[in-house]
Ligand binder design. Structure first.
Ligand code: SF4
Length: 260
């Protein structure tokens, strides 16, 4: 089952959150039900007024090329396979990309390269992600973000990242098959390591140095961590990150996921 909070199960709309959390695991697959509940909470979250104002304002002012489109204009839910062994952690939605389309990495150049690579490496059903309704299916891979709202200048403030972190922590608990976390960019890398340190999984962040296509063991039984440059337009247009470089990251992720 793919997580599609934009097309919620009708039950979810009429059942209070407390009851959902108590009842759904009994009548449904526990992890998938709680993941779906979580995505509804994210989409309706208002913990960061600056970001909610920004996403809503962008949805009204729009970019000229998209002036006839209706923008999503709110927190963007995670997207992918609840049984995934590979978890991709990005930074935050783009103002005219995910904030417009409502799907992670969809609608701007960073998504174009990412989904081409995911298709080539067997994680995505098609090479182009254009909208929430384009039929794209991710297999064995789940995409989430360090912050679920588009920030001004693509830079969430530290307090905003802290606000959003509990959502990621809950996803990590619910995605029980994950064997490798791919952190796209240094902020995502730092956010994930902060969680591991807070939880006592690692004693120190010192051994973990951000770089491209680097793999780290964290603790026995915990997912491996792979760091990658973010596929932002700035990185891809300058050649800091090329398509073969990003392909190598996801080929590595597939090898790690397949390890016995
Ligand atoms: S960034 Fe995260 S915590 Fe802040 S408003 Fe958006 S969804 Fe909520």
């Amino acid at each position: 089952m793919h997580i599609r909070p934009e097309q919620p199960n009708i039950l979810i709309l009429y059942v209070p959150v407390v009851l959902r959390q108590a009842l759904f695991p009994i009548i449904w697959n526990k992890g998938q039900a709680l993941l779906e509940v979580l995505q509804h909470e994210i989409v309706n979250c208002r913990l960061c007024p600056r970001l909610r104002d920004h996403t809503a304002r962008i949805a009204v002012t729009k970019r000229r090329a998209y002036r006839d489109q209706e923008y999503w204009g709110r927190p963007v839910p995670s997207f992918g396979d609840p049984e995934a062994r590979v978890l991709v952690l990005g930074l935050a939605p783009g103002a005219h990309g995910s904030n417009r389309t409502g799907r992670m990495f969809t609608g701007d150049s960073s998504g174009e390269i990412l989904y081409r690579v995911l298709h080539r490496t067997g994680f995505a059903s098609q090479p182009l992600s254009t909208s929430r309704d384009d039929g794209m299916v991710l297999r064995d891979l789940y995409i989430t973000a360090s912050a679920h709202c588009a920030p001004p200048g693509n830079k969430p403030e530290p307090g905003e990242l802290r606000n959003c972190r509990p959502y990621l922590q809950r996803e990590l608990d619910l995605l029980t098959n994950v064997r490798v976390v791919v952190a796209l960019g240094k902020i995502a890398f730092d956010v994930y390591l902060d969680i591991l340190r807070t939880r006592g999984v690692i004693a120190s962040r010192k051994p973990f140095v951000f770089g491209h296509d680097l793999e780290y063991a964290t603790a026995p039984g915990s997912p491996r961590l792979v760091s990658s440059y973010h596929p932002s337009q700035q990185n891809t247009s300058t050649g800091k990150l090329t398509e073969p470089m990003l392909t190598a990251v996801f080929r590595r992720a597939r090898r790690i996921a397949a390890r016995p």
